[in-house]
Design a protein. Structure first.
Length: 281
């Protein structure tokens, strides 16, 4: 049986390089929080999620966690969204009709070469911003594109726009972090896309070097610490993190029942697009 982790594993070097080249920059997002009271509400509580409860809540129009309600708050940059709302928003997406764990936007790979540069021209910044925003319109949970967008908005000195995206990025990562500690299967982090595993590992100061799938639906990422993490943690560095991908695995097999040997040449590769495919701004 084909495992989605096996598809992602083939792109580890590119993914890690891309994410490391454009840091997550979530630390300054707290400045977007309007008050100390609001800050206290955002303290992350780690608790294993009840996916059945989240599924029921996000599909129920009468629930405060009804997915379209949460999406509306998220899109209007509502800073009153609580951690619990972000948690239901993130995990609840797995139960929406359009969810596909192997979803890739046709715009996501257009500017790969430019994004890996340390500095950009004005034209390059505008191009990266354009395609990052198109990608996020197509998939609002693309954390890598969100990170790239924050980076170029800061380069362009669009500080308020950067803070908005930085704030969203921080709280979506916080939703993942609230699901466990990642230290073993019992405390595995829950992710809606396997690519988010690499975002979390990078956030923790590590680089993924290998991946293993463990039945019935866990990914174990083998990691090595970056230099700063090695110095800070010394003998407390870890060798790997665990992720729960049971729902993404089940959804992948449901929505991609093709021959398991029919694997794309490169997981996450974007299809070619022409100017006619790009919506007018």
């Amino acid at each position: 049986m084909l495992k989605i982790s096996s598809l992602i594993k083939r792109t580890v070097p590119f993914v890690v390089a891309a994410i490391m080249a454009v840091p997550m920059m979530v630390s300054n997002a707290q400045s977007a929080i309007p008050s100390a009271e609001a800050a206290s509400k955002r303290k992350i509580v780690v608790e294993k999620p009840d996916l059945e409860k989240i599924k029921k809540a996000t599909l129920d129009p009468a629930s405060p966690f009804y997915f379209p309600k949460l999406m509306a708050k998220y899109t209007r940059n509502d800073t009153t969204m609580t951690n619990e709302e972000y948690r239901n928003f993130y995990l609840g997406y797995m139960f929406q009709e359009d969810y596909d764990p192997y979803r890739t936007s046709p715009y996501s790979g257009v500017t790969d070469d430019m994004r890996l540069k340390a500095k950009h021209t004005k034209e390059e910044i505008d191009t990266i911003r354009k395609y990052a925003e198109l990608s996020l319109r197509d998939n609002p949970f693309d954390l890598r594109q969100m990170s790239f967008l924050v980076h170029v908005l800061k380069e362009k000195r669009k500080d308020m726009s950067a803070k908005i995206w930085e704030y969203r990025l921080e709280h979506l990562l916080g939703a993942i972090k609230s699901t466990g500690t990642g230290e073993d299967i019992e405390n595995a982090w829950y992710v809606i896309y396997p690519m988010h595993e690499y975002d979390m590992v990078q956030l923790m100061g590590y680089e993924a070097v290998d991946a293993q799938f463990i039945d019935p639906g866990y990914d174990h990422l083998i990691v090595t610490p970056d230099e700063e993490t090695r110095k800070r943690l010394r003998d407390k560095v870890v060798s790997g993190f665990y992720f729960n991908v049971e729902v993404p695995q089940a959804q992948y097999e449901l929505k991609h029942p093709e021959d398991p040997n029919d694997v794309p040449a490169e997981a996450g590769a974007s299809e070619d697009i022409s100017d006619e495919d790009v919506p007018e701004e």
